[in-house]
Design a protein around this ligand. Sequence first.
Ligand code: ATR
Length: 262
Amino acid sequence: MKQFAVVGNPIAHSRSPEIHVAFAKQTHIDLSYDRILAPLDGFETTIKDFFANRGDGLNITVPFKEEAFALCDVLTERAKAARAVNTLWMQNGQLHGDNTDGAGLVNAIHALSWSLNNRRILILGAGGATRGVVLPLASAGAKEIVIANRTVARAESLVDDLSAFIKNTELQTIALDQLTGHFDMIINATSASLSGEGITLPETLTFDHAYEMAYGKPSSFIDQAKERGVPTADGLGMLIGQAAEAFYVWNGLRPNLSTLHF
Ligand code: ATR
């Protein structure tokens, strides 16, 4: 039996075991998938023990994705761009790291039949969540990605870093309080909804689709989009999408998401 787990702190709430077990059932792969609580100062020991005990793969969640990135011997391009890793495995004695969050978002958006190709996308926030998705959105064909942040210098430094990875998509920054114009899609990647604070979208900002990366919490971002009659989605699809991509990296099989319900 293959052994997988998700490592985080806290971890009790993680839905990854439920999702991976459903994928395994559908694809007839014999695996176990556990939750591992790592001490805040004991992440490296936790993952070394897991692989020393013949573990096959780990997902990494808050707050260890950057530490996981730093520990890898081999990284995928999208993990290098994200500077964070959510998927680990060992190959020939080397620790490999990937980041499937952005692919999860792209897959979730495509599953909604919202188009990214040649589109103008606005991302709210310039933290780790944004860093993880810019390259995959660009690779999916976005024409322009504008990153809006409360602290505009943070958005500028993110664009400086990411421009080395991105060739055919225009990257721009804007201060959150200067938002205006029309976008095909807005993605909320701030942690504002998680903290219960809201972001007020100005009337002069218009958009056709709204994606909230958080899930399972009230979101004033989604409420405002709904008031305007704009189609919305929350981050559950992204969570399932990143899991499906990690499952593919480890097992070489893609679950059929259209027949699964979480
Ligand atoms: P994550 O890894 O989830 O992206 P992060 O790196 O702490 O978390 O980034 C949080 C993002 O949410 C940042 O873009 C932050 O803006 P600042 O860079 O200006 O701090 C944004 N954010 C958090 N709370 C916010 C709020 N109430 N209003 C606007 N932006 C907020």
